[in-house]
Design a binder for this molecule. Structure first.
Ligand code: NAP
Ligand code: HSE
Length: 444
């Protein structure tokens, strides 16, 4: 039953692509839920797009006006909430800033904007006591924003690690399980609506880093200067490394991780070998997952669809429902926009991890002795190693022949690994640039 005291909540929807149409479908098909959960109706009054003539994959919401003019949405006093689902940075920044200044709540799925330029917008929303809600920005349908902001609010977060990008996880899963080539799997991910408008953001790890920056803000109240975040993507991962990792019992995954130790934040996005027994190794396709360790709750694992129209629309709708219920804004989960802590970032060179290293060794006597000596000189302890007489990456007509040689190290400093690999190259002990990835530490 509609609550007669509550007027309908009226939305201005900016963007009617994958997520915008997903949201419209959910609000229409689950109309009964809207009533049951909020006691009022939710109407989409205006839909802003770039090209009003374009064919849409879901019909326009009943009674909505389609426009390409942001003023139609922003100057309409009947619109209570602007839902920004366009993507990009400059245009949505201006739209959100104007919406907040006009006293409208904002819901967005735009992690790029919030991670790179969100601080003034969060400050403005706090000053105006308005919602700037962003559940859909991190891990699509998984309610991780609410989990960190509300469910785990009593905890000190010790660490978090996750698979934060659906496109790259889909690519790695398909390459790994079906042996499909990188380019064709990326095209498929784009067709399925998982990828960003610019898929470089997905495959170069930038989208995952945007999400990690938001998670860090929610977990520790710290605003990471985005340019300081170490980021490496999946575009250079070769099928042979996926296969070698398997021989050791690992899957290669793009992970985002963060922990605070001794007052310093260690964070980054990088491909890592994840042991097949870890839950994260079993997260496949466009699924995302995140493991959060709180001092009171212990470890917690969230898993679900990280991209796509309905999963992401579900998260956008959750934020809209909270506004419809007149929930108090609690955008970042901290009482002041300054947050809880300003944490210096641990330099990459000072981090430690076990490592996977692939060399292409000249197949001649004494080479293994020389490799072992360089590892020892750099204080790197070898845990396992295999040599494979497979095809090489360089001209086989050159002498001597070469063989792939794969090393799994014990925990070592990143600085030592980089120094050792430089020495190996300088001494002609790898015929191609050595490949090296972190091995995810034991789940803690
Ligand atoms: P999309 O399919 O490319 O849709 C973008 C929509 O925004 C289109 O309707 C487009 O209009 C409109 N638009 C873009 N620039 C505009 C401008 N300058 N003025 C007016 N309208 C504009 O993108 P999407 O996949 O739905 O993603 C939208 C947002 O959600 C992005 O921030 C993305 O990072 C985020 N997100 C996406 C997913 C996902 O699975 N796709 C998941 C989580 C978060 P036209 O159609 O006329 O071009
Ligand atoms: N392009 C993003 C992904 C969409 O693949 O994870 C969800 O944020």
């Amino acid at each position: 039953m509609t609550n007669p005291t509550l007027a309908p909540l009226t939305l201005g929807l900016a963007g009617y692509g994958t997520v915008g149409t997903g949201l419209a479908r959910i609000l229409h098909e689950n109309k009964a839920n809207v009533m049951a959960r909020t006691g009022r109706e939710i109407h989409i009054r205006t839909v802003l797009v770039r090209d009003t003539a374009k064919k849409r994959n879901y019909s326009l919401p009943e009674g909505a006006t389609l426009t390409d003019d942001p003023d139609v949405l922003l100057n309409d006093p009947a619109i209570n909430v602007v839902v920004e689902l366009m993507g990009g940075i400059e245009t949505p920044y201006a739209l959100i800033e104007r919406a907040l200044k006009a006293g409208k709540h904002v819901v967005t799925a735009n992690k790029a904007l919030l991670a790179e330029a969100g601080a003034p917008l969060f400050a403005l929303a706090a000053e105006k006591n308005l919602h700037l809600a962003f559940e859909a920005s991190v891990c699509g349908g998984i309610p991780v924003v609410q989990t960190l902001r509300e469910g785990l609010v009593a905890n000190h977060i010790l660490a978090l690690v996750g698979i934060l990008n659906g496109t790259s996880n889909y690519i790695l899963s398909e390459m790994s399980s079906k042996g499909l080539p990188y380019e064709s799997v990326l095209r498929k991910a784009q067709e399925l609506g998982y990828a960003e408008a610019d898929p470089t953001l997905d495959v170069e790890g930038i989208d995952a880093a945007h999400k990690l920056a938001l998670l860090i803000r929610l977990a520790w109240g710290h605003v990471v200067p985005f340019e300081e975040m170490p980021v490496q993507g999946v575009s250079q991962i070769q099928p042979k490394d996926i296969a070698f990792a398997r021989e050791f019992g690992y899957h290669i995954k793009l992970v985002g991780s963060a922990k605070v130790e001794n007052g310093k934040l260690e964070a980054g996005v990088y491909p890592a070998l994840v042991h097949q027994d870890f839950l994260l190794a079993r997260v496949n396709g466009a699924f995302n997952a995140i493991r959060i360790h709180g001092d009171a709750v212990g470890p917690l694992f969230l898993h679900g669809k990280g991209a796509g129209d309905l999963p992401t629309g579900s998260a956008v709708a959750a934020d809209i429902f909270a506004i419809a219920r007149n929930a108090n804004p609690n955008n970042t989960g901290f009482s002041s926009s300054a947050g809880e802590a300003q944490l210096p970032m641990l330099p990459q060179s000072e981090t430690t991890s076990p490592y996977y290293i692939r060399l292409q060794l000249p197949d001649s006597p004494g080479v293994l002795r020389d490799v072992a000596a360089i590892m020892a000189e750099n204080d790197i302890s070898v845990a396992q190693a295999i040599q494979r007489g497979d095809a090489c990456d360089y001209d086989q007509s050159e002498a001597p022949a070469c063989v792939p040689f794969i090393i799994m190290t014990h925990e070592a400093s990143t600085k030592s690994i980089e120094q050792a690999l430089r020495s190996l190259e300088e001494r002609g002990l790898s015929k191609v640039k050595p490949v090296f990835y972190r091995v995810l530490e034991k789940e803690r």
